[in-house]
Design a binder for this molecule. Structure first.
Ligand code: B12
Ligand code: SF4
Length: 489
């Protein structure tokens, strides 16, 4: 029997549909006996898995993102492996794809499946079941007889249209529907793999190498309909890295779900969306598109180039799309990657000034600010980071130290070129900005509450005095301010 484990993905254990495990499970149905354990729902996952192993489970497959999931997966796998040395532990997901060698050096991870892993994982299980050699499997990393980690080349991305449907019956769907600004019962889907771009700060590039493959509009709409009719969803989050790559697919999808009356949200590139026809915008709006997450990244065209943002990205386009979306009543959500080397101060100041411009054009724009955290990807930014003394940890234990956990969540002390005062300036600016422009996606922040927050922060915002906004802290807490939840793409 195989246990598939989704470690808790946040301190608060917010239940997020474990799509990675559903994608893997879809191929195992009727072929391998498996069960899914979700650490977001099960507070004693170690105990649960231990019992399953005692009952005969011999493979533990774990999905691991950097951050809280890694922090949970390390001690759990270490403990289980010490209790059950013959248990085979397989890791997959964003963290092991990038840092496979560190994982395999740990000795409590036996195999790493890199990239989109459903086909490789199935082949691995088939071969382990028959005792066949696994070392030639594309996408697999393993330890050689001398103990050194070795990786095969990654496998081609499986086409999501050729994969079976997610086995929703394997998880308690009822527990994943949650309230969001789009609806009372928000569920999630992932309709495409990858992204055709090569931004040099983005982990997706390591995962897919510039490829993008999508489910047809028909299939995506059918899944949406199923989530609505069978599981009562009234809103949907699309976790695709880049949902909107093909205008024709998006529009076909929008037309097919028009009657469902749901809210939905997805991820896009600004330059792609700017090419969409007005009629497409009308259709998306009428089909319930409520917000789009986009990487605006920087307030400097020069930095966008150094990030290898590609396409025809520019700050001018960021302002255009903010204005355009305002006219359709769809909220733009921009993420910025700040504090880039070699001149992080100038980079931050430039981008803060630009964010003020964006807010003038469309005050409803949501702003997400991250500090640049390198990914192991050839490119100018990573090379500069290394030149400044940056190096990734060499053990999993080091990865789960507080400092590196902060790094993984993009609020790091481990970034040698970003001094504390600069980090504080970003935090202070964010506090003043979010008080002066309270998010419209939080239903608790309507009417008088908005007015109070704006009035209290107006002088700071107008004078550009962001330092030590102590007075705003209790006010924001009191008025139930919440930053919109996202993990940044
Ligand atoms: C949903 C999501 C979340 C959810 C949690 C999901 C969960 N599992 O509980 C929430 C919102 C809580 C979240 C939080 C964070 N996230 Co997040 N998240 C995503 C998102 C949007 C979708 C993941 C998903 O479901 N994909 C759908 C499935 C089908 O694809 P998949 O996960 O890649 O799985 C495939 C392969 O990876 C592989 N695979 C995965 N697991 C396994 C396991 C085995 C055994 C095998 C064989 C294969 C395998 O095969 C799968 C099928 O093809 C991705 C971006 C994306 N589009 O993938 C970011 C992403 C993974 N998150 C990211 C980050 C940075 C975070 C945070 C650290 C952000 C922060 N500032 O705090 C946090 C903390 C993460 C943690 N929990 O440890 C980054 C990772 C970047 C990196 N450097 O590696 C991503 C890539 C976003 C981005 N582009 O930057 N996240
Ligand atoms: S940042 Fe966005 S556009 Fe660039 S590679 Fe990553 S997912 Fe694609």
């Amino acid at each position: 029997m195989i246990v598939m484990y989704n470690p808790p993905s946040s301190g608060r254990r917010k239940p997020v549909m474990p799509l990675s495990l559903l994608a893997l499970g879809a191929l195992l149905e009727n072929r391998h006996d498996y069960t899914i354990v979700d650490g977001n729902l099960d507070r004693d996952a170690l105990g649960t898995i231990d019992r399953l192993v005692q009952d005969g489970a011999d493979i533990l497959a774990v999905t691991v993102m950097p951050g809280p999931q890694l922090a949970d997966a390390v001690p759990l796998c270490r403990e289980l492996k010490s209790r059950h040395p013959s248990l085979k532990v397989v890791w997959g997901g964003y963290f092991p794809t990038q840092h496979w060698d560190v994982c395999l050096k740990s000795r409590y991870v036996d195999y790493v499946v890199r990239g989109h892993g459903e086909v490789t994982f199935l082949a691995l299980l088939d071969r382990l079941a028959t005792g066949e050699d696994v070392t030639d499997l594309a996408g697999l990393a393993y330890r050689m007889p001398d103990g050194m980690p070795f990786t095969n080349a990654t496998a081609p991305i499986p086409h999501p249209d050729h994969m079976p449907e997610f086995p929703y019956h394997r998880i308690p769907m009822e527990r994943y529907a949650r309230a969001s600004f789009m609806g009372k019962r928000t569920l999630a889907h992932h309709s495409s793999y990858g992204c055709p771009f090569f931004c040099n700060f983005c982990a997706v590039v390591n995962m897919v190498g510039g490829r993008w493959l999508a489910q047809s509009a028909e299939r995506t709409a059918n899944v949406t309909r199923r989530l609505v009719t069978e599981f009562g969803a009234d809103a949907l989050e699309f976790y695709d890295n880049n949902f909107f790559v093909h205008e024709a697919r998006t529009i076909d999808f929008a037309e097919r779900i028009m009657d469902l009356d749901i809210g939905w949200w997805g991820d896009a590139r600004i330059d792609t969306l700017l090419r969409y026809a007005d009629r497409s915008w009308e259709l998306m709006r009428d089909a319930g598109l409520r917000m789009v997450f986009m990487g605006a990244e920087s307030g400097s065209d020069e930095t966008l180039k150094r990030m290898n943002k590609g396409g025809s990205a520019s700050t001018e386009k960021t302002l255009f799309i903010a204005e355009k979306m305002r006219s359709y009543g769809i909220v733009p959500e921009f993420s910025f990657v700040m504090g880039n080397p070699p001149d992080p101060e100038a980079d931050v100041e430039n981008t803060l000034a630009f964010i003020r411009k964006v807010k003038r054009v469309n005050p409803h724009t949501e702003i997400i600010m991250y500090v640049y955290t390198p990914v192991p990807l050839a490119g100018e930014l990573y090379e500069e980071a290394k030149a400044e003394g940056f190096a990734f940890p060499q053990t999993l234990e080091e990865w789960i130290s507080t400092d590196w956990q902060d790094f993984a969540q993009r609020r790091s002390a481990q970034i040698p070129w970003l001094a504390d005062p600069l980090r504080r300036r970003l935090r202070d600016f964010e506090r003043v900005l979010s008080a002066y422009y309270p998010t419209i996606t939080n239903p608790n922040l309507r009417g008088a509450r908005r007015v109070v927050l704006r009035a209290a922060s107006a002088w700071r915002y107008h004078l550009g005095i962001y330092q030590y906004p102590f007075e705003l802290r209790p006010l924001q807490r009191l008025l139930a301010y919440q930053r919109p939840e996202t993990c940044g793409f």
